[in-house]
Every structure is written in C-alpha cells, then in structure tokens.
Design a protein around this ligand. Structure first.
Ligand code: N7H
Length: 498
C-alpha cells in the first residue's frame, strides 16, 4: 500500500480539472488521498482521559504538527529527487495524522452526529456482519481485548523513513499530551526488508491500483479518475446528505488488524496446485488476479512479466471487458472481486455508477516479523504477522463494508450480486463465482466455513477447463479494528478543540 517504493505515488503530479473544485490540500490530512510516506508506521490508539487538557493541547501544540496532503505532495518530489540522485538511505520525513472514533467525538463535540451508521456503531459491533468469527456469547474470538474494550477514542498515525524518527515524534506527541490521554494499544508496522519492500506478507506487490482523484491525480493509463467526494467531504461525488460543515476536508478511516497465516497459505497453495494439476505460482496468481510482481493476469495470463508489474503506465491498463468468460482472470480473484472494473457494463450499468462509488483509497502497511525457518518447516504460524489495513472513504457502509460483505463474501457475486449481472460459461451455465479466496469470509453462526472459488485452473485461451478451488480455512484472520473520522486540520484547530 502506501510506501516509498510505490511508483504511482512517487510520480503523481498535480493537475486541476475543470469538473472538480480545487482541493484544500493544506487542510486534508496527508494519509487520506496520497498516503504519508512510510517505511515505519506507529499506530497509537488512545483514550481521552482529561477532555479539557486534551483539547487545549490539541489546539495549541498538536494540530499544527499534523502533516497535510500539501506536505505529502512536496515530499513526493523530494523523495523522487533523492532516488534520482542515486541515494538509497531513507529520508526521515516524519508524518503525523490523527483520527477519532464515535466515542472520541462524543467527548470532543457532544452534539456530533457524523451521519454514518457504521461509524456510529463502531468496528467491533460491525465485525460479525463482515464475517469475523464469534463465540456463543457473541464475543469476537480472535480480536485483541483492547479493540473490544470500547476505550479507543482516537489514533495517532506516526510515520517516517526510520524507526528512530517515528519513535522520536511519537514520544514528543505523547509527552505533550501527558495524562490527558491513556494509550490503549501501540503497534508499529513496517515495510518488509530487501526485495520484499512494497510487498505484503504473502509476497505480492501492494499499492498497485488506487483510484485517481479528480483535481489531484494525473491518471496513468487505465486508472479511473474519481470524484474527490467519494474520499473527502465537501466535494462532488459525495453520497448521502451534506455533512456538518466542520466535516469538510475530512474522511472516514477504516482500520483492520488482519493477521496473515503465511506458511499455511503457502502450503495450501502447494497442495491445492498438486490436486488441481496446476503450477503453484500460477494458482497463487489466479487467486489474487496479479502475479507477485504486480503484473495483472488480465494482460499476461500465462506467465509473470516483472517489467509490466513495475510499470504504472501498464499495470492497470485493463478493465476485464475482453475477459467476460474469466479465461484470463477468475471473477473470484481478489482484485476482480474488489474492483470488477467493466464487469457490470452489461445491462446498462457502468463503472461510473456501479463501481466508482465503491472505491476506497488504501494506505495500510505490513506488521510482524518475517516468517522464521522454524515456522516455514512446520508450515505453522507461531508469531503474529499481517497487514494493518487502512482505507479512506466518505461512507463506510457503501464503500469498505460493501466491498467486504456484498462482493468479497458473496459467492454468487457477480451473477446474482448487487447489481445483478448474469455471467455465463461458454456452455451456457451460470457462473458460480465463489468467495474472494484472499479476504472472503464464509461465516455461519460465528463459525468460519470452507470456501470455494471458481476457475482456479487457467482457463486460457480456450475457456473449456472447468475447476473449483476448495479452501478449508481462512488464511486472513481479523484480530482487531476501529472506525475513525480523520478531520481537516482546521477542524482540529477550531471546532474539535474549542
Ligand atoms: Fe487487497 N493480497 O496480498 O492479496 N490486495 N488485500 N484488500 N485490495 C490488492 O492493487 C491483500 C483487503 C483491495 O483496483 C492487491 O495494490 C491482502 C481488504 C482493493 O485492482 C493485493 C489483504 C480489502 C484492491 C492485495 C488485503 C481489500 C486490492 C493487488 C489482507 C477491502 C485494489 C495489488 C491481509 C475490503 C483492486 C494492488 C484493484 C488489491 C492483497 C485486504 C481491497 C496483492 C493480503 C480488507 C480495493
């Protein structure tokens, strides 16, 4: 997701478009649209203990430290120059952002109603509907107690090029706030080492596809330009009623702590590939929709192409419109489930109405150590690792939750999904797509069930190979989460600290 290696981020250039009002880049927090530059990211979840002291510190000493999108943009050019000068040492480039949960807002602004029902209920209450496992008493089985405590009022995101720089800034912020807050949970994510930098723990390059934002992005071929109101309040494209004025230039942030069972996933791919009679590397690519290099199956269905994977001018230049028989890429593949591109274009639907309003901007980072030789040889995880998943949007139910519930977790998507578009195999039978084999959850009465996905075996070029993948378990296990609103810097300085 967002880190210093992501080529799109380094190359993004400012543009203004006639359809979109200029974005208040100095007001929008830096992680929302472009992403704070991060080799390390410390997530400090806190409870507000002393409201008046907290507000005073926020107004006088914290708000002005918060990193804006304008600063992030300037840093992109700084990083690009640094790299072009052949420098490999990280620049410290410390970033600070802050968001508040529903309980946090109630402390800061008693009358606050942010008009997002999912935000209002909170992430723990919403988790069962996303498919997170729970026991007979309704308790989320794998969630860390801190995320179940109802004590998280806010989060500081502290980012930077080095751990030392991040820790120094976090220490400074915490010492300013003193006893006005209590730290509930504190964890640092980091990009993976060496050649794995920019790749998530299963090994895939991450941060390849992000929506372009009107008024901000100069889009790469195939990258859709989307109204900023889908990600930031106060601009065209917003769903629902107009927000409170202080919500302008703010965004809802979904945080999910997602453990990844890396050796188990690798072992499953090996054994399933044996059963299905397919190369395991190709099987893995069919599950994601991309090769580990980032190259999309839609453009290179039979073999990886690392040059294509790394090239932002090519790696999103497809829309599945020429692959309506899922010959190149299965409908179930993670990137096709979460961004079906032109798959809805039948029956008068379009990407603009059916897909663009569902897009989110992702900004997560891996956490946890590399897989140890002992874990590798036992095919069993013994140290937690995964993804601190973060995404931004203006409607949690219509964007993040919709992707997870109505697309990833829905086996009859897209043939009988929202909106319903029947897809047929060449023999005329209706496609039963199955679950997203990466993030899909099939939970019945709180218990995870096995999952299926259509066409794991390459169906290219003839379309006459029929196969189904059976996944006996989930390889991604949610272990926590929280929903935040990340306000504008002006709101931090005024309404929220008054
Ligand atoms: Fe996903 N993975 O390693 O397989 N994701 N994801 N994701 N994801 C993407 O385009 C992954 C998660 C999206 O526009 C890639 O950056 C993992 C959640 C969306 O083409 C890879 C986890 C949700 C896209 C992964 C995880 C999403 C996307 C391809 C959890 C939302 C863009 C590289 C541990 C509900 C789709 C890239 C598009 C891409 C992986 C979580 C959504 C490799 C490991 C929870 C919208």
């Amino acid at each position: 997701m967002s880190n210093e290696t992501t080529p799109q981020r380094l190359l993004a250039a400012p543009v203004s478009t006639p359809e979109s009002p200029a974005l208040d880049l100095h007001e929008i927090q830096g992680d929302v649209l472009i992403g704070l530059q991060k080799n390390f990211e410390r997530f400090v979840f806190f409870r507000i203990a002393e409201v008046a002291e907290f507000k005073s510190a926020l107004r006088k000493r914290i708000a002005h430290r918060v990193t804006s999108t304008l600063t992030v943009k300037a840093r992109e050019f700084q990083l690009r120059d640094h790299k072009m000068n052949g420098r490999k040492d990280p620049l410290p480039l410390v970033g600070l952002n802050v968001g508040f949960t529903n309980t946090g807002f109630k402390k800061l602004l008693a009358s606050a109603d942010l008009k997002d029902p999912s935000f209002d209920k909170g992430a723990a209450a919403q988790a069962p509907s996303l498919g997170d496992a729970f026991d007979g008493t309704g308790k989320l089985i794998h969630w860390k107690p801190e995320f179940l405590s109802n004590n998280i009022d806010g989060v500081f995101l502290v980012t930077g090029g080095t751990q030392a720089a991040v820790d120094e800034e976090a220490h400074h912020v915490l010492s300013i706030l003193g006893a006005s807050i209590t730290v509930i949970f504190d964890e640092t994510g980091q990009v993976r080492p060496g050649l794995e930098k920019g790749h998530e723990h299963f090994g895939w390059l991450d941060g390849v596809s992000q929506p372009g934002v009107k008024g901000l992005s100069d889009p790469f071929p195939g990258q859709r330009l989307i109204d900023p109101g889908h990600f930031v309040f106060g601009y065209p494209g917003q769903a629902g009623p107009p927000p409170l004025s202080w919500m302008n230039n703010g965004s809802f942030m979904v945080f999910r702590r997602l453990n990844q069972l890396v050796p188990e996933f690798g072992n499953f791919i090996l054994s399933a590939a044996g059963t299905l009679g397919v190369d395991p590397v190709l099987l893995g690519a069919r599950l994601v929709g991309r090769w580990k290099s980032g190259a999309p199956l839609a453009l290179t269905p039979s073999q990886d192409d690392t040059t294509l994977g790394a090239d932002p001018n090519q790696n999103n230049n497809f829309d599945f419109s020429d692959d309506q028989g899922e010959r190149r890429c299965p409908y179930a593949a993670h990137i096709r489930k979460t961004n079906p591109r032109a798959d809805f274009d039948q029956g008068g639907l379009s990407q603009e109405t059916a897909v663009d309003p569902r897009r989110v901007i992702r900004a997560g980072i891996p956490f946890g150590p590399e897989v140890s030789p002992a874990e590798q040889s036992a095919n069993t995880t013994s140290q937690e690792r995964g993804l601190m998943f973060v995404c931004y949007q203006t409607s949690i139910p219509n964007q993040f939750e919709f992707l997870q519930i109505s697309w990833a977790n829905k086996p009859n998507f897209i043939s009988d999904g929202i909106p319903p578009v029947l897809k047929k195999h060449p023999d005329g039978s209706v496609v039963k797509v199955g679950f997203d084999p990466i993030i899909g959850q099939n939970t019945v009465n709180g218990q995870p069930q096995p999952r299926t996905a259509d066409e794991p075996v390459p169906n290219y070029p003839t379309g006459n190979v029929r196969s189904t993948l059976q996944e006996p378990q989930n390889f991604i296990v949610p272990t926590g989460g929280a929903y935040f609103f990340v306000p504008s810097i002006a709101a931090l300085e005024n309404e929220l600290s008054a």
